[in-house]
Design a protein. Structure first.
Length: 513
């Protein structure tokens, strides 16, 4: 049995479980960084808040606790009986240059202190390194990782392969493939901290996709240094399962308050909208002047991050991860650029999206044309075939599915059996009546003031529909704006005709369209 089990998916995000020597960790999971010497929030509090795994630094542990940690184990040193992940010190390499310890010795130490998920000593590429240098770092990390995994006496310990390469996506892919081939059961993607400091969210998204595409779907992927509500939703949606960061404490040190759409200076806050136990029992000025300000702010920051992770988990369960992620991306224009990365990789986010969902898909803007459900619906219509020789296009009626609408029923009667009736939808494009109850045609709700009109995917679908079938005639109502706009794109070789009117004087307005 593998170490990782996936139970639910949406987009490329998943809900799952990682089995470790110290219990199961539900994912997606935020993994708080715990300092092995000076920890602001007691690890007991972290456990009590529901964090099942923490990460600590094996290099600092080695320097400060040495043999003691080998004797009693890392769990006793930090006082945490859940899963403990150890970073080998790669971040210190990034910050201060080299370390005075060899990868093999570091690996042996991580084994002897009994960490549940260990990371071999790596050479982080960060962001902004010239390609040649980054390439050297990737090679070096791969060689060290190989030596580590080859000598590993596994015994339930999970080794996570450190993927490097930074913004050089081919290097990220090569690094990830190399580690997967060595047999690492988990992967850890390096150094997005610098990406985030420079607001390079789109580059971070590209890096995650490059890594994820290069490794088997069954492997959990950890993202280093990226536990912030701004990045959590989209990183999970792109396939990250766990992520750590020390931001809750680092930000608190500088009086910074994390919330769902950014980080604020405590000085500038006049209202605390968060319902956590810190915010609900303090006013902003009490928080600012409290002698325990650092601890309180750290605690609030943890609650804010936890709330973000719980929100993402719930969104995956509901099949509403798309809506959740897009809402989050609007917190900052640079974050919103991640939409372009999704547009570049549409089939990637489709991979984990269930074909049918319990809940209606919500459509708001043009962005929703990129939704997996919308794309797969278009694909289905593009291969639709009928023996009918005429096509009738009409605006979508109020009733859903369309074939239950009185106006549509009457229209069908008037045009006759040899006519394929299709309704026009701003998002789903062209809906043959027969496909009117396939998800999400009858299970969506769209804002009526921001519809995209006749969008490019709809025109493409129309093109395919005409190419696949032998329609000699197209029937529509000239007063129907959607139909008239669409018909403009129909080849001249196809005859155009109006929908026949009903002669019966008693007919209702609705029947006349
Ligand atoms: Zn709070």
């Amino acid at each position: 049995m593998g170490i990782f089990e996936v139970t639910e998916t949406d987009l490329a995000g998943r809900i799952g479980r990682i089995r470790t020597n110290h219990g199961t960790v539900a994912t997606p999971a935020y993994v708080p960084v715990v300092h092995p010497v000076k920890q602001a929030i007691p690890t007991k509090t972290l456990k009590g808040m529901g964090f099942e795994m923490v990460i600590t630094n094996a290099y600092i542990t080695m320097k400060r606790h040495g043999k003691d940690a080998e004797k009693c184990g890392i769990h006793d040193i930090i006082g945490f009986d859940g899963a403990v992940m150890t970073d080998s010190g790669g971040y210190q390499v990034l910050e201060y240059g080299g370390l005075d310890v060899e990868p093999a010795a570091m690996a042996a130490y991580e084994r002897s202190i009994g960490s549940d998920i260990a990371i071999p000593l790596d050479k982080p590429t960060g962001f902004g390194l010239p390609r040649r240098t980054a390439q050297g770092y990737v090679r070096r990390t791969l060689a060290d990782a190989k030596a580590t995994i080859d000598s590993a006496d596994i015994d339930g310990q999970i080794w996570a392969g450190p993927i490097q390469g930074g913004e050089h996506l081919d290097l990220v892919a090569r690094s990830a493939r190399g580690l997967a081939k060595m047999g690492f059961p988990m992967m850890a993607l390096g150094s997005p901290v610098e990406f985030m400091e420079q607001y390079e969210y789109a580059s971070l998204a590209r890096m995650i996709i490059a890594a994820r595409r290069a490794i088997p779907a069954g492997l959990p992927l950890h993202l280093f240094g990226s536990g912030h509500p701004l990045t959590i939703p989209f990183s999970v949606a792109l396939g990250c399962d766990t992520f750590d960061s020390a931001s809750y404490a680092l930000y608190a040190k500088h009086g910074r308050y994390i919330d769902q759409d950014g980080t604020r200076r405590l000085e500038g806050i006049s209202h605390l909208s968060c319902p956590c136990r810190v915010c609900s029992s303090h006013t902003p000025s009490e928080l600012r002047t409290s002698p325990e300000r650092y601890e309180l702010l750290s605690l609030h920051n943890l609650y804010a991050i936890k709330s973000s992770v719980d929100g993402v988990r719930q969104a995956i369960s509901e099949g509403r991860l798309w809506e959740h992620v897009i809402r989050g991306l609007r917190a900052h224009p640079r974050l919103y650029e991640v939409i372009s990365v999704i547009a570049e990789n549409p089939e990637y986010v489709e991979s984990g999206t269930p074909q049918f969902k319990q809940r209606a898909a919500l459509f708001f803007t043009h962005d929703d044309l990129l939704r997996p459900e919308v794309r797969s619906y278009h694909r289905m219509v593009r291969s639709f075939y009928t023996k009918r020789t005429k096509l009738c296009l009409t605006a979508a009626p109020p009733a859903n599915p369309a074939y239950l609408d009185h106006g549509i029923v009457s229209l069908q009667r008037r045009v006759g059996k040899d006519v394929q009736v299709c309704t026009i939808d701003p998002y789903l494009g062209i809906i043959p009546l027969e496909l009117g109850d396939i998800y999400p045609a009858a299970h969506n709700m769209a804002a009526r003031n921001t519809e995209p009109g006749i969008a490019a995917p709809t025109l493409e679908t129309l093109e395919h529909l005409i190419a696949n079938n032998s329609f000699a005639e197209i029937i529509y109502d000239r007063k129907d704006a959607a139909a008239a706009a669409l018909v403009k794109h129909i080849p001249r070789t196809i005859k155009r005709n109006q929908i026949p009117k009903i002669k019966n004087k008693k007919s209702t307005r609705q029947e006349q369209l």
